[in-house]
Design a protein around this ligand. Structure first.
Ligand code: C5P
Length: 237
């Protein structure tokens, strides 16, 4: 089993804060997560900065619109540093397929590797009663598996999920269909608002491909040492 890769969430309000994180973690084998906050507040600057450092990022912008609009948005964000981009599986098969094709086509035009397209299935903030309100039958787990199957058929690289779901997803869809998991806490870190967490080592043992870590690194007194400790836990013994 391969070692999962570490994605560090740049969940900070200003470009200067994000640059401090990049400086502290300089040279480590890390993919950065540029989420809504970073993308809206300083998206151009941070993508340029990560690319200048020859590192890569996961653009966590959860696209969800008609297929043509999503394809055009994907074309606009495919760049050398964009390693992963995500879309909502609830946008449907055609939309996910359009995203994958746009990523491949734009990357071919630029002569770069296509960013992997990942699908968000059911947000972890959605409770069973929220699904009923939306008219979706079944619980969050069933819906997540159904949507993951659609994502795989649309040629997405994988899904974003809870670390607790990785084993089931890998047994249903095989190890080539990737998982990207937030909700990771080193044993000694506070859980914050994350309810069902796994340590980096447990997530690796479950077989995940990417782990996302935010606050345990961002709020630590020594960001570099914390990230290095996590990276050590990701290497199989
Ligand atoms: O600080 P923390 O390690 O909890 O950060 C996790 C990151 O992953 C945040 O950017 C959060 O928005 C994201 N995320 C999550 N749970 C999900 C989906 C995304 O924690 N279900």
């Amino acid at each position: 089993m391969n070692a999962p890769e570490l994605i560090v969430a740049l969940d900070v309000p200003a470009f200067e804060d994000a640059r401090r994180v990049l400086d502290a973690l300089d040279g480590l084998p890390i993919v950065y997560k540029v989420g809504f906050e970073a993308f809206c507040a300083y998206g151009d600057a941070i993508r340029d900065e990560i690319e200048q450092r020859r590192q890569t990022y996961f653009l966590d912008i959860k696209l969800h619109d008609i297929p043509n609009t999503v394809a055009r948005a994907i074309r606009a964000v495919v760049r050398p540093g964009a390693r992963i981009i995500d879309v909502h599986a609830l946008g449907g098969s055609e939309m996910m397929q359009a995203a994958v094709e746009a990523s491949e086509q734009r990357a071919a035009e630029l002569g770069i590797d296509p960013p992997e397209i990942f699908a968000v299935t059911i947000l972890t903030s959605i409770a069973p009663e929220d699904l009923r309100e939306l008219g979706l039958t079944g619980g969050p787990g069933e819906n997540a598996i159904r949507l993951a199957a659609l994502a795989r058929d649309a040629r997405c690289s994988g899904v974003i999920c809870s670390p607790q779901e990785v084993r089931d997803l890998k047994s249903f869809f095989g190890t080539d269909f990737k998982t990207l998991t937030p909700g990771i806490r080193p044993a000694e870190s506070p859980h914050g608002d994350q309810k069902r967490v796994m340590t980096p080592r447990e997530a690796r043992e479950a077989g995940t491909d990417y782990i996302v870590v935010g606050r345990p690194i961002l709020e630590s007194a020594d960001m570099r040492a914390t990230a290095q400790a996590i990276l050590r836990d990701l290497v199989p013994a």
